[in-house]
Design a protein around this ligand. Structure first.
Ligand code: ADP
Ligand code: MG
Length: 142
């Protein structure tokens, strides 16, 4: 996969396949932001991605803000949806998460707190086309 990359998928299986393709270019220390409306498939994509690292118990961190996982890789799964202020993120140790060279960061709704995001990141925007069809757009920022 080379960026920018756009793909329209027809169903969940194709999303799972896309997550499999994407996982091949992931490495430790990377920050991956997922944007898209409620029900777009951000959590679904992350579940499939983390399954490739042997991580299975993936749920939406909407209330917890962050879920920590350890499989073949360390993963920090964030959801910014319920955060009101950037301070709330720093209070739970945002900088330590960002500076962990061994972890990958996956951030749902990263667009809601754009100022907190590092300049180097991959952004995935998911748009709802119909009940099972989604458009995925991948971009890399340096
Ligand atoms: P988000 O985290 O973006 O709010 P979720 O991943 O929690 O969204 O929910 C996406 C929902 O859409 C799930 O119920 C999933 O089964 C369904 N869905 C249907 N088609 C697709 C698809 N092609 N890709 C991802 N999810 C899909
Ligand atoms: Mg979600």
């Amino acid at each position: 996969m080379e960026f920018p990359f756009t793909k329209t998928v027809n169903d969940e299986n194709e999303t799972a396949k896309l997550a499999e393709d994407f996982v091949k270019i992931i490495h430790k220390g990377q920050v991956i932001v997922l944007n898209g409306n409620l029900g777009a498939g951000k959590t679904f994509f992350i579940k499939n991605l983390l399954a490739r690292f042997g991580i299975r118990n993936v749920n939406s961190p909407t209330f917890s803000i962050v879920n920590e996982h350890e499989g073949k890789i360390k993963a920090y799964h964030f959801d910014f949806y319920r955060l009101n202020k950037i301070e709330e993120l720093y209070d739970i140790g945002w900088e330590e998460y960002l500076n962990d060279p061994d972890g990958i960061l996956l951030i749902e709704w990263g667009n809601l707190l754009q100022d907190a995001l590092p300049s180097k990141r991959i952004e995935i925007s998911i748009s709802f086309i119909d009940e099972t069809k989604r458009k995925f757009e991948f971009k890399e920022y340096e």
